[in-house]
Write a new protein. Structure first.
Length: 341
């Protein structure tokens, strides 16, 4: 789902909560049926139902500092009005026939977001509605050269240019002053032109240079190359390296999470003191008894060398790609999803 819609609906829901909250006694479970004319009504039905089913008055009061008094009917009215205000550009385009709401995709998303009775909290590694709500909720109908006011009115691979006409994104080797190129290309900061995105094992300096689904990371030779995300159980050093987007970390000796030895604070091998290098750990002269900070302290004693304890940095456990199970809350997570960037 487009970030604009997520943000708009998030603002709508938070604004609604600011004027009231859950006082119980809502209507029955809705059945979304999206048309070109009723998007905001359907959004209001789903979100108000979730709020009255799963949010407590104290939750809203603690987070927003408001008194909870709104009825279900007032929730629907306020939510619909706020939605209409916030997505006015889309409704404007639909009304004049330059865009259409994708009814099926929108309905699938709202269906997935609708909580089942008694299931406000679920344990899973994936938010149930996330995979269904990533699709854009509309389609632009204006072709290249046709009039527009907003990008959402233009067909795929087009944008609304400064002259209020739909224009194609820059193609290969064309200048990209806005930093955006056509699908499969990226805007190179070196010469400001569109270049082909790179495949597996091709060198990169930034994730934007890699084909969709790949990331830019260090290979076994410590070179930055485009790579495919790693499978469950494979070694990793960051969440973005995993298909599951979760790298199970190791632990430092102080309990801090780590992915590499360098992530942990150093500890002297025998004394256990915090250290930055071997030279910051206690040392002994060749006679094994005289303590020293540097070779000067060992002058005239054997070889005259101060032998320091090793400064050890250790990440215990092998970080691997896994699944991050979490409690999914249909009250707070609904707001959180719509407020994503």
């Amino acid at each position: 789902m487009n970030s604009r819609i997520r943000w708009l609906c998030g603002v709508a829901l938070l604004s609604l909560a600011a004027v009231g909250g859950c006082s119980g006694g809502g209507r029955g479970r809705p059945s979304p049926n999206v048309t070109q004319e009723n998007l905001c009504q359907q959004v209001a039905d789903v979100l108000c139902y979730n709020m009255f089913e799963c949010c407590t008055g104290k939750q809203i009061e603690d987070i927003l500092g408001v008194t909870i008094s709104v009825t279900h009917g007032e929730c629907l009215r306020d939510m619909e009005l706020i939605c209409e205000d916030q997505i006015a550009p889309l409704l404007y385009a639909v009304d004049k026939g330059t865009a259409v709401i994708r009814e099926n995709e929108t309905q699938v998303c709202l269906d997935a977001m609708l909580v089942s009775p008694g299931n406000c909290f679920q344990v899973d590694f994936q938010v149930p509605w996330q995979q269904y709500c990533r699709e854009v909720w509309w389609s632009g109908l204006q072709n290249a050269g046709q009039d527009c006011v907003y990008d959402l009115e233009c067909m795929p691979q087009l944008y609304c240019a400064a002259d209020r006409k739909c224009r194609a994104y820059p193609q290969f080797n064309e200048l990209c002053p806005s930093g955006v190129c056509a699908t499969g290309l990226y805007c190179s900061y070196e010469d400001g032109r569109c270049k082909a995105k790179k495949g597996v094992n091709q060198e990169c300096r930034d994730p934007v240079e890699c084909l969709e689904g790949l990331y830019c990371g260090l290979d076994n030779l410590q070179k930055l190359v485009c790579q495919a995300p790693r499978n469950f159980g494979e070694p990793c050093r960051a969440d973005f390296e995993c298909q599951s987007n979760f790298c199970i970390p190791g632990l430092c000796s102080d309990g801090k999470e780590c992915y590499r030895n360098e992530d942990c604070a150093g500890r002297c091998e025998f004394g256990g003191q915090a250290c930055a290098s071997d030279y910051t750990c206690p040392g002994k002269c060749p006679n094994g008894t005289t303590t020293c900070q540097d070779d000067y302290d060992c002058t005239g004693i054997g070889s005259g060398v101060c032998f320091h304890e090793r400064c050890i940095r250790g990440c215990n456990g092998q970080p691997v790609c896994g699944l991050e199970y979490r409690v999914i809350d249909y009250c707070t997570d609904t707001v959180g999803f719509f407020m994503e960037d």
